[in-house]
Design a protein around this ligand. Sequence first.
Ligand code: SF4
Length: 300
Amino acid sequence: MNSRSLRLLSLGAGVQSTVLALMAADGTLPGLDGAIFADTGWEPRRVYAHLNRLAEVLAAADIPLYRVSSGDLRADALDPGHRYASVPYFVRNPDGSEGMGRRQCTSEYKLAPINRKVRELLGAAAPDFRRVPRGRVAEQWIGFSTDEIHRVSDRDRVSYVRKRYPLLELEMSRKDCERWLAARGWGETAKSACIGCPFHGNAQWRELRDNHPDEWADAVAFDQAIRKGGARGLPLNGEAFLHRSRVPLAIAPIDRVTRAEWRGRQGDLLDTLAELGDPDGCSPYGCRSGTRMGVGGEGW
Ligand code: SF4
C-alpha cells in the first residue's frame, strides 16, 4: 500500500474474519495496517474472550486492533429517550397479521462506527472525522467465504473504501475456514451476534438456554421488555418478539421444528433460519434487510 492508502480488516470476530486476522498475523496475507471490531456491547462473553485472545496475536504481529462503538445496543433499545435503535423484531399486528421490524441496528452499531474509524485513520479531522483528505482510500478486507458470495454487494459503498474479499480470492468456504482454525487451535471460534438477536435460530437459542443460563435470562428479560416496541418513542400497535414464532421467548418452541414444518418450509430461506439462524452471522456488509426480512411490512 502506498502512503495514501491503508489496508484494514473488518473484524467481526466470527469464523471467517478470525481466519483473515490470523492469516495477516502469520504473514500469509501480508500488509494489514489494522483490524476494526465494532462492539454493540451485547456480544456473548465467549466472543469477548475470543477477541481478547485474538488481540494478543495481533499485537505480537504489530497489527493494531481498534474497538469501536456507537453505544450499548441493548440499553439503547430499551431507553425511551434514545433516538433510534431499530432491531428486527418479529411483530404481530393488531389484526393478527405478521410483520417484522426494520434492521437498522447493523448499520448504526457496526457499519457507522467502522466507517468513522476508517475516516479517522485516513486522516479526517477531529472531532467529527467526516471528510477524508482527497485521494486517501482504505482497502477494506471483508471475510465473506465462497458460500457467502451472495452477500457481496456495493450497497454500502463509500468513496474512501475499496472492498476486498480475501477468502473469495483464496477460494475458501466456511467449512475450509473452520478446518483451518481447528488445525491451529482456534476450533472454538463462535459466530458473533448480539445475545438477543432476533436472527438466532433455535439451535442458538438452545445453546444460550442450556449452556449460558445468565445470557439466556438476559435475552428473556429483553424479550419481555420489547413487547410494546422498546425505545422507538412510537406506540407499537401490535406486539414485538425476539422469536419468530411470535410468542414470548421463555416459552417459545425452540426445542424442535416438526417434520411437517420442515416440509412446508423447503426452499424458504427465512424459514430455514428458524433452526439454524442466520448462517452468515451479522455482517455490516451483508445485511439482509430489505429482502425477505421486510415481509409483511414494518408492523410499527
Ligand atoms: S447481531 Fe442482530 S441485533 Fe445485533 S446488530 Fe446484528 S442484526 Fe442487530
